[in-house]
Design a protein around this ligand. Structure first.
Ligand code: ADP
Ligand code: ZN
Length: 757
């Protein structure tokens, strides 16, 4: 398993046939190769390739860098002149025993780097994301049957006999596994190893994965589903295509794209399914396992490093046939990728906001294009970008208009908070539940159904104010209020994680009992619910109340098992869970997401509320959704109430088109930050002075970012708005490429920005 080390020119001579006419001088003149290192450097470096290492583009190699050795990839284009004389080049030291990165993958890395203006090495680093994976896995010790006759002196107790029988299958197991299989103690295993009746061997660990069984029958599909599945099956192995699978929640999109997955497996291709929140998709994993007889290979940021290492290798070596992952799974080194599915394609979580800034859905389309295979985008509320691509004929579309099994879509009603405001209760205090919602809750509980109250705000209250002096609690390193988390007894910054004990008196005026929570968070809502419905079994579902995926799975199970009556949830509760007994969804503050007022605020709010609404009435019991709003005439609210998605989408489209906003125009943001305000201001002015001036391009800013200070860094933003036909990346590269900024200043370019803070 060892990597091939270069033997050096001296040793290389011995491989020459004795009669060779090649002079040693020729042999010693090494090939010049470009090697891309997984570091944020400007490009690939030149190295010399020792003649005894047969190297080709894509090979993983070890090279010297300063005093270190690092792993890099032989990159394309050997002959580029970098002015370094050949004898100055350092030699590649070894070739790793790993499959090469494919041509398509290398082109993908270059493409992403070019598009996002990130150094190619930074993109490569995402592909080699697991440094440990590159080293051969550490062998582990196992015991096996020795195969030799038993030593004559061996005393055969009944425990030993059982153990030897259990080992007869010849499998290599750990001592503990073997002991368990035979129902004996580990000491018995050790004894037999010492006596020479069992052998200890070293084996290379592998990810335990089975090939998903695509021959297994799926459910009988409805005619709509079958038509969609047929279309997708036909696209496997038929070159590049993008298909939007557009269907209401519960219409069977997952079942349909499982058919495409089966077809890709049958064609001996690897499959990647991108999900926005892998950590919370236990249900998805179970469904996959039920359909294909084995769970898929999961890739996400919570993997332990040993697991990451084995998984990376299993992907690179092609044992992992179906990978499900968050956005970073897109950069794994698949040798045989033949299908990508992006589920919930409209989700903003596909946008990576730091490091290399990219949109995983968009880059997945690029990956499919470069490697000529189909990609499926699934959503109940497709993004405007995707919708426009369908309309222009770039993408094709499959629709699943009905919920499976005749479940009807829930009835959506708006509660106008101007007419029906929540009533303050002398016992309970401030209320967040309007009378119609309270009544609906009562009815739901009486009928033995469940309710979800949706409020996308963690903690107890978003702001704490001193009634005596007006003091507000602000984060010391961000432009943000501290959010009270009453369970923790702390005030927390949701941007940087700073927290402090919730004080009893105002730190500004010293007044006791004057600190007042302003506005609701899920904890405060839970307090009201507990006071009003003391009998109801209630729980909060938010990232604070759950300690990881296992906890989330347990909560989901307990909702399904009707161990809870009311769930109070943030965005987490909106995701694709299936709760058959849930019939009422109450949206506490529908206007919350619209307040930011950025480009996609309306679209995002519509997506989220539509998704939350989709939690109601997923089975036989019809669902009801009550949306509390101060703005019932807002197009988003009208679209939800009337179930008229198309009208809303058309309206959004018209507005974006008229303003030249994406996807009809292009946007990029530049964010400058520095620990001190003066430095960042000066750099921003410098950048402004050299801003490009071109017809069809506008540079807005510099402006103080809405989050003017984040983690102690002062921030300034530029927004660049360009006509679609302008070469935005080239313009940006020329603009920022030539600048000399102080070291303390960080400059980030965000092409196609989704967040504007
Ligand atoms: P979506 O992905 O569109 O939200 P799902 O694929 O999750 O829809 O389907 C919703 C529910 O209906 C799931 O529990 C799924 O197993 C079930 N379902 C969908 N289609 C079928 C079918 N043809 N036969 C049996 N069950 C189905
Ligand atoms: Zn902060």
């Amino acid at each position: 398993m060892a990597e091939r080390r270069a033997t050096g020119a001296q040793d290389a001579k011995q491989y020459l046939p004795a009669t060779s006419s090649v002079g040693s001088g020729d042999l010693l003149c090494p090939q010049r190769l470009r090697v891309l290192l997984p570091l944020p450097l400007s490009g690939a470096f030149s190295y010399s390739a020792p003649a005894d290492l047969a190297l080709a583009a894509g090979d993983l190699v070890r090279v010297p860098l300063g005093r270190r050795e690092v792993v890099g990839v032989v990159w394309d284009g050997t002959l580029e002149e970098d002015g370094l004389p050949a004898e100055k080049l350092k030699p590649i030291t070894a070739k790793l025993d790993l499959p090469p990165l494919t041509t398509a993958h290398r082109r993908f890395i270059d493409w992403v780097a070019g598009y996002s203006l990130a150094p190619p090495g930074a993109v490569l680093r995402m592909s080699l994301s697991s440094p440990g994976a590159l080293a051969p896995p550490k062998p582990i010790r196992r015991v096996v049957q020795s195969g030799r006759p038993l030593p004559e002196s061996l005393k055969l107790t009944s425990a030993r006999r059982r153990l030897l029988t259990a080992a007869e299958d010849g499998f290599a197991r750990s001592q503990a596994e073997l002991a368990r299989a035979a129902g004996v103690g580990v000491g018995v295993v050790k004894g037999l190893v010492e006596a020479g009746a069992l052998d200890e061997v070293e084996v290379t660990p592998r990810l335990s994965t089975a090939v998903p069984n695509w021959r297994q029958e799926g459910p009988t599909l409805s005619p709509d589903q079958e038509a969609a599945a047929r279309d997708l099956r036909a696209k496997i192995d038929d070159g590049f295509s993008v298909t939007l699978l557009d269907g209401v929640t519960g219409s069977g999109k997952t079942e349909v794209y499982f058919e495409a997955v089966a077809a890709a497996l049958a064609a001996e291709r690897q499959v990647l399914v991108l999900l926005p929140e892998i950590a919370l998709s236990a249900q998805w994993l179970e469904r996959f396992a039920a359909r294909f007889g084995t769970p898929p290979v999961a890739w996400h940021s919570d993997l332990k490093s040993s697991q990451r290492q084995l998984t990376w290798r299993a992907v690179a070596e092609g044992q992992a046939r179906v990978v499900v992952g968050a956005r970073s799974a897109l950069f794994l080194p698949y040798p045989e990728l033949g299908l990508i599915v992006v589920d919930e394609e409209h989700e903003a979580a596909f946008k990576q906001e730091d490091g290399v800034i990219y949109h995983a859905r968009d880059m997945a389309v690029v990956r499919a294009h470069l490697d000529s295979f189909p990609i499926v985008l699934a959503s109940a509320t497709p993004s405007l970008e995707t919708t426009v691509n369908v309309e222009s004929g770039k993408y094709s579309e499959l629709r699943l208009p009905n919920r499976h099994g005749g479940a009807v879509l829930p009835q959506v009603e708006l509660i106008d908070l101007r007419q029906d405001p929540p009533q303050r209760d002398p016992e309970i205090g401030t209320s967040w539940l309007s009378p119609p919602l309270l009544k609906a809750l009562e009815e739901t509980l009486q009928s033995g159904s469940q309710a979800l109250l949706y409020l996308n705000r963690r903690g107890y209250a978003p702001l704490t104010l001193c009634r005596a002096c007006g003091h507000r609690f602000e984060c010391p390193s961000c432009t943000a209020w501290l959010v009270e988390h009453r369970f923790l007894g702390r005030l927390v910054c949701h941007h940087c994680g700073y927290s402090q004990r919730a004080p009893e008196s105002c730190p500004a005026c010293g007044e006791v009992e004057a600190l007042t929570p302003i506005g609701p968070g899920v904890e405060r809502l839970a307090e009201e619910v507990a006071a009003r419905f003391p009998e109801a079994r209630t729980r909060i579902m938010s990232s604070d109340s759950l300690q990881g995926p296992a906890d989330a799975a347990e909560l989901i199970r307990s909702i399904q098992a009707h161990e809870l009556d009311i769930v109070i949830g943030t965005q987490l509760a909106a995701k694709g869970h299936h709760f058959p007994l849930l019939t009422l969804v109450g949206v506490i503050d529908a206007d919350l997401g619209l307040k930011g007022g950025d480009l996609r605020a309306g679209e995002r709010t519509y997506h989220l509320l539509h998704q939350v609404a989709g939690r109601a009435g997923r089975a036989e019991r019809p669902g009801r959704v009550l949306i509390q709003t101060y703005d019932p005439d807002h197009p988003v609210m009208r679209a939800l109430a009337d179930g008229d998605r198309d009208r809303f989408v058309n309206l959004e489209t018209e507005q974006r088109k008229a303003g030249g906003w994406p996807p009809f125009g292009r946007l990029a943001a530049i964010i400058l930050s520095a620990p001190d305000q003066d430095t960042v201001e000066r750099s921003a002015r410098l950048l402004a002075r050299s801003a490009p001036s071109l017809p069809g391009l506008r540079v807005l800013g510099p402006a103080e970012a809405p989050l003017a200070v984040l983690r102690g860094r002062h921030r300034r933003r530029f927004l660049i708005k360009a006509r679609r036909d302008l070469p935005l990346q080239t313009i940006l590269r020329h603009w920022v490429g030539g600048l000399e900024l102080p070291n303390a200043v960080r400059l980030a370019v965000d092409v196609d920005p989704y967040s504007f803070w």
